[in-house]
Design a protein around this ligand. Structure first.
Ligand SMILES: *[C@@H]1O[C@H](CO)[C@@H](O)[C@H](O)[C@H]1NC(C)=O
Ligand SMILES: *[C@@H]1O[C@H](CO)[C@@H](O)[C@H](O)[C@H]1NC(C)=O
Ligand SMILES: *[C@@H]1O[C@H](CO)[C@@H](O)[C@H](O)[C@H]1NC(C)=O
Ligand SMILES: *[C@@H]1O[C@H](CO)[C@@H](O)[C@H](O)[C@H]1NC(C)=O
Ligand SMILES: *[C@@H]1O[C@H](CO)[C@@H](O)[C@H](O)[C@H]1NC(C)=O
Ligand SMILES: *[C@@H]1O[C@H](CO)[C@@H](O)[C@H](O)[C@H]1NC(C)=O
Ligand SMILES: *[C@@H]1O[C@H](CO)[C@@H](O)[C@H](O)[C@H]1NC(C)=O
Ligand SMILES: *[C@@H]1O[C@H](CO)[C@@H](O)[C@H](O)[C@H]1NC(C)=O
Ligand SMILES: *[C@@H]1O[C@H](CO)[C@@H](O)[C@H](O)[C@H]1NC(C)=O
Ligand SMILES: *[C@@H]1O[C@H](CO)[C@@H](O)[C@H](O)[C@H]1NC(C)=O
Ligand SMILES: *[C@@H]1O[C@H](CO)[C@@H](O)[C@H](O)[C@H]1NC(C)=O
Ligand SMILES: *[C@@H]1O[C@H](CO)[C@@H](O)[C@H](O)[C@H]1NC(C)=O
Length: 527
């Protein structure tokens, strides 16, 4: 009896191995047929794929489970081929298919729908064209679908909304068009939704706001229009929200202020109007806030000053008005502050001088008045300081000379008066110095001659007097030198002739008694 059971067991074990060997051979044969269609047969990684070797043990990129192919991962293996002969029907146990970063071209066959056990499908970074077949909706177990960086076109099939276990959907960097299917709102477990860099149009479906698990939503660089759905305010776990570079209009919904996990909010380059909701002051994790290049109006909410993690605050090219809130002085970690090209008025708050991490401060093209706060001299990490195109008056603070990293100092087109501080001669790395179009008077300090990195020196349209310092002859990198429209007198120093990089020299409407002709394209006239 016992021996009978034993031999029966032996029989079934043998049967099992026979079946497994047979099925596995069929899988191997089908993969070899596919490999035979690759255009580059000399790929050394695929040398292991031979009929005589054990496909489960020896083949590059193949992993089996119970003797059946479970994973095929040939990412970044330089394959030139297509999916036309992929054995969709012969790999019933395939769960992971990664063909990313190769040279697969042609279309995705509808037979892809036969890989019903797939958990993970990655076709990203290939040259696949045509449409996303609606049969993709049959891959009911799919958790991760990556098809970014291909040449896919046509619509996003609404059948993708059937993939209810999906956690990652990335179709970015294609030329998909049509609108975003509302069915995506069914994907409860989605954490990553990347549809950016396509040609999608229509509005953002309200249903996207039902995707409670989303942490990363990027729809930027499409042609989306309509307004931002208030439902997005439900996405509690969202850390990245990028809707920039679209044609979105209307208000920024106040509900965006509920997204307390946000670190990155980018709504720039749309046609949003209305004012910046004060509720944004709740986004205490925010490090990047880009609202630039819209039609926003009203004041900068004082509450922005609560966002202590901010590193980049870019609100430029809007119609913002009111004055710059002093509360911005709380933003210790701010490295770039761009409020340029708005209708801001009033004083530059002294508190800006607390922003010691700032490398880039741009307040140009507003209607700010009052004087330049001396506290700016504390911003010793600053590379770029643009205050041009305002109504600033008073002197240039001597403290600006402490900003030793400055490469670019533009204070032109204001009503600054007083004389040019000699301390500017400390700014070793300055390449651009524009103080033109102000009411500066007194001498040009000789120390300007220390600024050996200068390529562009513009002091024109002031009331500077005295003579042109010979030290300017040390500025051998200078290509533009404008001193015109001043009250300068005395001779043009011979040393100007050392400035071999000069392409544009303008000294006209000064009081010097004679002119010289130097270099290429040089303009030296006297009216
Ligand atoms: C492999 O073959 C392709 C053409 O089929 C050729 O361009 C390439 O240089 C070959 N590479 C090697 C390493 O032989
Ligand atoms: C494929 O292998 C690469 C590394 O070789 C890995 O990063 C990637 O996650 C794998 N793909 C899958 C689907 O497991
Ligand atoms: C792809 O492979 C190349 C060389 O085979 C390697 O240099 C590169 O780092 C790989 N890229 C990735 C993302 O793994
Ligand atoms: C979402 O994921 C959880 C576990 O992370 C799982 O229990 C649940 O079934 C999933 N829901 C859907 C609709 O896939
Ligand atoms: C989408 O693109 C296809 C070609 O890729 C084109 O035939 C179709 O008209 C486009 N549809 C829309 C709505 O833009
Ligand atoms: C939004 O875009 C769609 C599709 O491009 C277009 O038909 C519609 O007129 C646009 N709506 C508005 C208000 O611009
Ligand atoms: C949000 O994130 C928290 C912490 O990571 C997690 O416990 C929670 O399940 C997430 N909520 C949803 C709806 O995914
Ligand atoms: C937006 O996408 C287009 C292609 O559709 C690309 O040429 C352009 O560089 C992208 N714009 C940005 C800002 O990335
Ligand atoms: C400011 O930056 C420092 C250093 O990167 C970091 O440790 C700190 O947490 C940041 N502060 C806030 C409020 O984010
Ligand atoms: C600037 O620094 C000086 C000296 O450290 C300090 O007394 C002053 O309060 C600072 N001002 C601002 C606005 O940071
Ligand atoms: C000036 O620039 C050089 C090179 O760009 C850099 O090494 C140096 O640290 C800078 N000096 C100051 C004071 O910023
Ligand atoms: C200009 O260069 C000369 C010679 O290197 C030096 O003696 C003089 O001090 C320099 N002047 C200035 C202002 O840099």
């Amino acid at each position: 009896m016992i021996s009978k059971i034993f031999s029966l067991l032996q029989f079934f074990t043998l049967l099992y191995f026979l079946t497994v060997t047979f099925a596995s051979t069929e899988e191997a044969t089908s993969l070899l047929k596919w490999k035979a269609t690759f255009k580059n047969q000399n790929n050394s990684l695929f040398a292991s794929w031979t009929p005589s070797s054990n496909s489960c043990r020896d083949w590059y990129g193949v992993i089996c489970f119970n003797g059946r192919v479970n994973m095929l991962n040939i990412t970044n293996t330089s394959v030139i081929g297509t999916l036309d002969d992929f054995p969709f029907s012969s790999l019933p146990f395939l769960e992971y298919l990664d063909l990313s970063m190769n040279y697969f071209s042609d279309t995705i066959p509808p037979d892809i729908g036969k890989l019903t056990n797939l958990i993970c499908l990655d076709l990203s970074s290939n040259q696949i064209s045509g449409t996303v077949p609606p049969q993709i909706g049959s891959l009911a177990k799919l958790q991760s679908l990556h098809m970014f960086d291909n040449h896919l076109n046509g619509f996003i099939p609404e059948e993708i909304g059937h993939l209810k276990f999906l956690t990652e959907l990335d179709l970015s960097f294609n030329t998909l068009n049509g609108s975003i299917p509302a069915s995506l709102g069914n994907l409860n477990n989605l954490t990553i939704l990347h549809l950016h860099d396509n040609h999608l149009s229509g509005s953002i479906p309200e249903e996207i706001g039902y995707l409670w698990s989303l942490t990363d939503l990027r729809l930027y660089n499409n042609s989306l229009n309509g307004s931002i759905p208030a439902s997005l305010g439900n996405l509690n776990n969202l850390t990245i929200l990028r809707l920039d570079d679209n044609q979105l209009f209307g208000f920024i919904p106040e509900e965006i202020g509920y997204l307390r996990s946000l670190t990155h909010l980018d709504l720039c380059s749309n046609t949003l109007d209305g004012s910046i909701p004060t509720s944004l002051g709740n986004l205490i994790s925010l490090s990047i806030l880009y609202l630039y290049d819209n039609h926003l109006s009203g004041p900068i909410p004082e509450e922005i000053g609560y966002l202590r993690s901010l590193t980049d605050l870019w609100l430029y090219t809007n119609s913002l008005n009111g004055s710059i809130p002093a509360s911005l002085g709380n933003l210790n970690n701010l490295t770039t502050l761009r409020l340029d090209d708005n209708h801001l008025f009033g004083f530059i708050p002294e508190e800006i001088g607390y922003l010691r991490s700032l490398t880039h401060l741009d307040l140009c093209s507003n209607t700010l008045d009052g004087s330049i706060p001396t506290s700016l001299g504390n911003l010793t990490n600053l590379y770029v300081l643009y205050l041009d195109g305002n109504h600033l008056s008073g002197p240039i603070p001597e403290e600006i000379g402490y900003l030793r990293f400055l490469t670019d100092l533009q204070l032109y087109n204001n009503s600054l008066n007083g004389s040019i501080p000699a301390s500017l001669g400390n700014l070793n790395n300055l390449t651009i110095l524009r103080l033109d179009d102000n009411h500066l008077f007194g001498f040009i300090p000789e120390e300007i001659g220390y600024l050996r990195s200068l390529t562009h020196l513009d002091l024109c349209s002031n009331t500077l007097d005295g003579s042109i310092p010979t030290s300017l002859g040390n500025l051998t990198s200078l290509s533009i030198l404008y001193l015109y429209d001043n009250h300068l007198s005395g001779p043009i120093p011979e040393e100007i002739g050392y400035l071999r990089s000069l392409t544009d020299l303008r000294l006209y409407n000064c009081l010097h008694p004679y002119s010289i002709q130097i270099g290429r394209n040089v303009v030296v006239t006297k009216k």
